[in-house]
Ligand binder design. Structure first.
Ligand SMILES: [Zn+2]
Length: 372
């Protein structure tokens, strides 16, 4: 079944909708929610969603699956002189994958005195409280309405996968520390080469708006009234922006279907998942930025392992009078995996050039400077 959820008319003469593909019985458990292209210029997940929808039509869904293959029709329309601007809202609404509502406080108000000693019953109560908290919000812009609609579709799911991509990257995944290794099947199936863990990455991205309230509520109400982690959510980075093909997308969709089978959402049998890569702290991600503007000449590709001091790229200033000063080396400061790099070949001062997933936390933290 395909449902269309209308977004509010933000400009006279426009009408945008979210297309929602539904499988199984509403309310059946477990529930999985998958969406693609919340950053509207991140195309790989759209084709994966297409293949997954095709596979789900032939499958027996015993739980419930909700797939939103185009999560951001607002951003999809943002083409400026031929260039797609899909990461930030041009109306000033910010990064499309930040500022999702945090429902914790409003849910906690409703749950005070209501929770008991039965964790299963508490899951039901928390889901109802989250729905009520969500219903109590009135978004006042089109982008806020988009965020509100997406959260409303996902907030009661057992599993939430938000399909993104980087600029150029190996497959990787962001999730909460508390959800690892519970999500190692997803990482193993998708062949993730890096898994970045953080307690709160900051800015309330979609996955944390879904999973965060459970952890926060568990902390507030204590062990007498246990609140289990009722929603496992992750941001999945399906390689780079140009890694879009039926071959890759069908393989990814089949991997996701195996996850759904193994988790009891879809009927069938699946072999144990391939082992997942080692998870590293998001705070261990080294961001190599350009200290001066220039042409980016890469010396490493994504997926390579580097040691401290290894040359990853040079920033070349072709205007330099002294050729000895024309090249600025960017060297790895940590041992790790070249997880992602810019898909541009020119950098302005301070712009991100490459990211290295290292094991030890660095000073910087959060998702602030990412291509996620
Ligand atoms: Zn993204």
């Amino acid at each position: 079944m395909v449902e269309e959820i209308p977004l509010p008319c933000a400009r006279l003469g426009t009408r945008r909708v979210l297309a929602v593909h539904r499988f199984g019985t509403p309310g059946a458990r477990p529930k999985a929610y998958l969406q693609a292209a919340l950053h509207a210029d991140e195309t790989p997940g759209m084709l994966v969603a297409h293949h997954l929808i095709r596979l789900l039509r032939k499958a027996t869904v015993t739980g419930e699956v909700v797939v939103v293959p185009v999560a951001n029709p607002v951003g999809l329309a943002q083409v400026v002189e031929g260039t797609h601007v899909g990461r930030y809202a041009l109306d000033g609404g910010g990064n499309f994958n930040r500022q999702f509502p945090d429902l914790t406080d409003a849910a906690a108000e409703r749950l005070t005195g209501a929770l008991g000693g039965d964790p299963v019953e508490n899951v039901r109560l928390v889901r109802a409280a989250l729905h009520a908290a969500h219903a109590g919000l009135t978004p006042v812009t089109e982008v806020a309405a988009l965020r509100h609609a997406l959260l409303g579709l996902a907030l009661d799911a057992d599993l939430v996968l938000d399909l993104h991509c980087d600029q150029e990257a190996v497959p990787h995944l962001y999730t909460g520390e508390a959800l690892w290794p519970a999500l190692s099947d997803v990482a193993g199936e998708l062949g993730c080469e890096a898994v970045l863990l953080e307690r709160d990455s900051g800015g309330t991205p979609f996955d944390e708006a879904c999973s965060g309230p459970w952890r926060h509520l568990a902390g507030r109400f204590g062990s007498e009234t246990p609140v289990p982690p009722g929603c496992a959510a992750a941001t999945v980075e399906l390689r780079g922006k140009a890694d879009v093909s039926d071959t890759l997308a069908e393989a990814d969709a089949r991997a996701l279907l195996r996850v759904l089978v193994r988790r009891g959402v879809v009927a069938g049998e699946a072999a144990p998942p391939p082992p997942a890569c080692e998870a590293t702290p998001l705070a261990g991600l080294e961001r190599l930025t350009a200290p001066r503007p220039g042409v980016i000449a890469f010396h490493r590709v994504v997926g390579e392992r580097v040691a401290p001091g290894d040359l990853v790229a040079e920033i070349v200033d072709p205007t330099a009078a002294d050729l000895a000063q024309a090249r600025t080396p960017l060297r790895a400061g940590v041992a790790g995996l070249v997880m992602a790099r810019s898909n541009r070949r020119f950098a302005g001062m301070g712009e991100l050039v490459a990211s290295i997933a290292g094991r030890e936390p660095l000073q910087r933290t959060g998702r602030g400077l990412l291509f996620d």
